[in-house]
Design a protein around this ligand. Structure first.
Ligand SMILES: C[S@@+](CC[C@H](N)C(=O)[O-])C[C@H]1O[C@@H](n2cnc3c(N)ncnc32)[C@H](O)[C@@H]1O
Length: 456
């Protein structure tokens, strides 16, 4: 791979004897990895692929998965470069926490956080770029999240809404991406000797806002996919100097991870608690991760949380749907209709005015004239909801994702909406009439599936 001359000389100087191995790694192969969603079923195809564990993630495996496979579309697996999994592991939230993923699209870390929150607490996942937020929405939907609000806001707008609110904030910062050169060679063309310093300016702005949103005792996790000291150790040195209320927490280094390098910043030995991932030392791309605890005070204003907003007529249509489906225990979400669409919002979500919300919880479905039609998202979130389900096989699944009506081997006794499951994974809704399944797979997602193009 052709690297810029200034890049080579910079790292020769910084790395000394280690530089030849570092530079040679850019011509090495890129490791593929995937994570398994611990909140969904494991299919036989997944078991066959889960052969080589990633040592630092109990849910991570080396290997490639197919984005068109049933398991991927149903949110049971997520394709992620192995080094990137360290971030979600070090950021691992406790159950019931309020978590912010500030720079979140396309959702690699967000889905990792969801795996550990297990539908509890609140995850606010934010992406500033209106184009990239759509992919984040798709991945949150696949993971079947009931505890997530997606925002599309600048960090300063969020900070006005969430002062002192979060137990844990992940800043997976936009960076110069040097650690991804091997995976994405196009990234090299954006690099100039000044680029890391330009990125650092933006990172300081983002961190300044992130700090305002942490609770006392809360955790801040900062990560980049670059080797640039300006964006890594020097950024943390700046943070510790500017906000002495922060303390770095030691991260356990395994599988080739190494201490961050205080000598690449102001020499503060504390900086060694953070971690560096170098491709010549481990099976993955370049990353930097630091975890900090906040001992400061933040003036958290008590905020009113979201409230139900539903007309009596719409509430009745929703209740009729639940009754007909025989649902006895629906998760305690706040219900709001936006136009004809019904959303279920996590109850801990505060009322917000200044930050643009992309999706305020899970889309449960839409109100038609005299009935309620459940959404694809509700089917994908139905693992722990007692909605009526019916198992289909792989041939039927292929017909389903192509938008076809298909037949069951035996007719059902009671017609109506059923969550279709394939190898125990919810894959969408069908409306069953006798032995005929009418197709409710979203039109925009339909594709011609074959055993070849959908095998995991
Ligand atoms: C490294 S990527 C995030 C990757 C993501 N966390 C994942 O795991 O899939 C950084 C993100 O920060 C966003 N970003 C760019 N400028 C930003 C800013 N000023 N504030 C917040 N986010 C920003 C980018 O659009 C990009 O999606």
């Amino acid at each position: 791979m052709e690297l810029p001359a200034e890049f080579i000389s910079k790292y020769k100087k910084l790395l000394g004897d280690e530089a030849p191995a570092f530079l040679a790694a850019f011509d090495g192969t890129v490791e593929k990895g995937f994570r398994v969603n611990p909140n969904k079923a494991v299919t036989p195809a997944m078991t066959a692929k889960m052969t080589e564990r990633i040592p630092y993630s109990p849910i991570g495996y080396y290997g490639r998965v197919n984005g068109n496979a049933m398991e991927h579309l149903a949110g049971a697996v997520y394709s992620q470069e192995p080094s990137a999994m360290t971030v979600g592991e070090f950021a691992r939230p406790e159950l019931n926490e309020r978590v912010l993923d500030l720079c979140a699209a396309p959702g690699g870390k967000t889905t990792h956080l969801l795996s550990y929150l297990k539908q509890t607490g609140l995850l606010v996942t934010n992406e500033i770029n209106p184009k990239r937020v759509t992919a984040l929405g798709d991945n949150v939907e696949r993971y079947g999240a009931l505890n997530t609000v997606i925002t599309n806001a600048a960090p300063d707008a969020l900070a006005k809404e969430f002062s002192g609110f979060f137990d844990r904030i992940l800043v997976d910062a936009p960076c110069s991406g040097e650690g991804m050169f091997r995976k994405d060679p196009d990234a090299v063309q954006y690099w100039t000797p000044d680029y890391p310093a330009e990125c650092a300016t933006r990172q300081r702005e983002i961190l300044t806002e992130a700090v305002k949103m942490l609770k006392p005792g809360g955790h801040l996790i900062y990560s980049t996919c670059t080797f640039a000291p300006e964006e890594d150790e020097q950024m943390m040195a700046w943070l510790l100097k500017t906000y002495p209320e922060f303390e770095l927490e030691p991260l356990t280094k395994t599988a080739g991870m190494v201490d961050a390098k205080p000598e690449w910043a102001d020499g503060n030995p504390e900086l060694a608690k953070a971690v560096r991932l170098f491709p010549h030392r481990m099976r993955g791309e370049g990353h930097f991760i630091a975890k900090l605890i906040y001992h400061g005070e933040t003036a958290a204003k008590p905020k009113r949380t979201v409230r139900d907003e539903l007309t009596p007529a719409n509430r009745q249509l929703w209740q009729d749907f639940l009754d007909k489906a025989g649902v006895k225990h629906f998760p305690p979400l706040v219900l709001q209709a936006h136009g004809d669409q019904l959303y279920g919002i996590p109850a801990a979500m505060p009322l917000t005015r200044k930050a643009k919300v992309f999706r305020s919880g899970i889309l449960l479905g839409s109100f038609k004239k005299k009935r309620f039609e459940p959404s694809y998202a509700l089917a994908l979130a139905s693992d722990a909801i007692d909605l009526p389900k019916i198992a289909i096989d792989h041939d039927q699944w292929q017909k389903y994702v192509h938008g076809e009506t298909f037949q069951l081997a035996t007719a059902v006794k009671k017609n109506g909406f059923r969550v279709l499951t394939c190898d125990d994974l919810p894959v969408g809704f069908g409306k069953v009439v006798g032995s005929t399944v009418k197709n409710f797979f979203p039109k925009g997602l339909r594709f011609l599936a074959t055993p070849d193009n959908t095998s995991l």
